[in-house]
Design a protein around this ligand. Sequence first.
Ligand code: AMP
Ligand code: FE
Ligand code: FE
Ligand code: ZN
Length: 290
Amino acid sequence: MLADLHTHSSRSDGTTTPTELVTAAKAAGLDVVALTDHDTADGWAEAAEAAARVGITLVRGMELSTKYDGHSVHLLAYLPDPTYPPLVAELARINDGRTERMPTMVRNLQLAGHAITAEDVLAVSSEGAVLGRPHVADALVRNGVVASRDEAFATLLGPGGVGYVRRYGAPLQPTIDLVREAGGVAVIAHPRGRGLGLADDAIAELSRHSLTGIEVDHQGHSPQDRAELRALAADLGLVATGSSDYHGAGKVDHELGCNTTAPEQLERLLDAAERSRLASGRPAPAVLPA
Ligand code: AMP
Ligand code: FE
Ligand code: FE
Ligand code: ZN
């Protein structure tokens, strides 16, 4: 039983549509796939339709932009009710922050002499997609400014780069609670990921509140990171997940199924989600079986 619990479609910064993603997941031999676009549930309906057609189990999720101690942390939210008003409001606030920073990013890049316009960014994005730095990167690639997303992040879009502009992130602990109130469960994405990490003592603190799991097997984690995080999860009673963080052509070496979640860990995660759903009283979505 192969489960990949963290993927992105063109509803955020992936390069494949939800339909293409789900179809590719089936072709890759996966039994379970989670769609976890950044800060949106927009791809869920299309993914659900495709999953039913190709015969793969779908876990509906999202990857929320949060802040802890002033730095960015990505939080995977599985099976929350996407209509829960406080969640809708928080997603709107996050995405307003994305929209507001975009003109500043473009202007700062222009002032530094780089060829890019707001229209260029929209031209490389799907209509209505949650816009991020990867779309700016794709526009810079198309305009011949850089050769790849990686180069764009390394030279212009990372912290300290001329195109870097901070944006709003939701406060981490309250957002974990929010996900639970919406009937879902929360998992810290890539806690040892570059620039998006979370220290072990912070994970321990969150585990005493409402955190359900941590992503252990991720391409951003070394073998030693994985071993240490697996032990930490076991110590704290947290679910340990593994995922590709697939972005289509947008991230190299993140192919579907390159990391997977063990069946017993998936079962624990889904049991916790079911308990959360029942406790919340929200009409949270169920897993869509193959
Ligand atoms: P944003 O949310 O707009 O600040 O952009 C952050 C996103 O950029 C993350 O979700 C990553 O998936 C993506 N990202 C970060 N670094 C890179 C990189 N070197 N190459 C491709 N994508 C990246
Ligand atoms: Fe991303
Ligand atoms: Fe992430
Ligand atoms: Zn991701």
